[in-house]
Write a protein that binds this ligand. Structure first.
Ligand code: ADP
Ligand code: MG
Length: 288
């Protein structure tokens, strides 16, 4: 039987935006020492809007860049893809079909479009493949930039901006007051990771982390004796959610994240994590 105090708290949790799928996880929430956050879709809304389109090659217009990028992105579910497709719709551009579509995990997408080899990729991908960044490119901490590469040459880039959820700063602050450290784990670039960490008062960040590396990072932090909760929304967060001592999924995220996690933030509000810890503490103190 479920102890009355626990049953009451579970109902209370539901009212406060928490779906507790696993009671042991709830019980353990009072032991959390480190909270690891995914960025996109977790601390931010995960809704990207195109803010800049810059053509770098003679004969390739901004609309042409968008059209080529959209040909690839219509096959992707990444928030960057959604942002690019939205822009193309706003401009009523015709999008060509793409063949041989391939997702380069954590780095971008590639396909053949109208006989050309096209890639839409992160600045990190360019670096790794010794493709020099265009001279006039300045990374902007408030934006995420993807490069459009046509037949091995950077034809231009598209910048997109996401918004931090207004509750995120309060969540981090409250966790700090109850002695819980915060770490940001993101596939996005260093400038963005640093800027978001500074704005939110996050203790530490790891940028350009590939999906399988998210799991390794959790293990590494656990190895230092930390009791780790991980919060994420994406398919790419699922292995890390499973590895963490407590996995917490964002309600607006992917089904796989919600299935893997022990706890779901029904209102997608990171502030509810602090409520979770405080509920856990008060519930199990009463029982002894
Ligand atoms: P996160 O969700 O933490 O940003 P991802 O692993 O999903 O991490 O993505 C990391 C980076 O890979 C993105 O910031 C982007 O540069 C690139 N990327 C991933 N998917 C796409 C896509 N569909 N189109 C363009 N770039 C992408
Ligand atoms: Mg995410």
């Amino acid at each position: 039987a479920v102890p009355l105090v626990v049953a009451k708290s579970t109902a209370l949790s539901a009212k406060n935006g928490l779906l507790i799928k696993n009671r042991t996880a709830f019980e353990n929430s009072r032991k959390i020492t480190t909270l690891v956050f995914d960025k996109t879709g977790t601390l931010t809304y995960g809704k990207f809007e195109v803010t800049k389109i810059v053509a770098l090659q003679e004969g390739v217009s901004e609309n042409e860049l968008l059209r080529l990028a959209a040909a690839l992105e219509q096959n992707s579910e990444h928030p960057i893809a959604t942002g690019i497709i939205q822009k193309v719709k706003d401009l009523s551009l015709q999008v060509p079909a793409a063949q041989n579509f391939n997702a380069i995990t954590g780095k971008g997408v590639e396909a053949t479009v109208e006989g050309k080899q096209v890639k839409v990729v992160s600045p990190g991908f360019l670096k790794e493949n010794n493709i020099s960044l265009p001279g006039n490119f300045r990374p902007d901490a408030a934006e995420t930039t993807v490069f459009v590469i046509v037949d091995s040459t950077p034809a231009g880039y598209i910048s997109l901006a996401d918004k931090i959820r207004p509750e995120s700063a309060d969540a981090i602050r409250t966790l700090h007051t109850i002695g819980i450290k915060s770490i940001l784990l993101t596939g996005d670039n260093k400038q963005v990771a640093e800027s978001v960490s500074k704005q939110l008062g996050i203790d530490k960040y790891y940028a350009e982390v590939l999906p399988h590396q998210k799991l390794e990072k959790i293990k590494e932090i656990q190895g230092k004796g930390e009791f780790v909760a991980m919060t994420g929304d994406g398919v790419n967060d699922a292995p890390a959610l499973a590895q963490a001592d407590i996995g917490i999924a964002v309600g607006s995220g992917s089904d796989i994240a919600a299935e893997t996690a022990a706890i779901v933030l029904v209102n997608s509000n990171p502030r509810d994590i602090a409520n979770l810890v405080m509920f856990g503490k008060s519930t199990y103190k009463k029982m002894v």
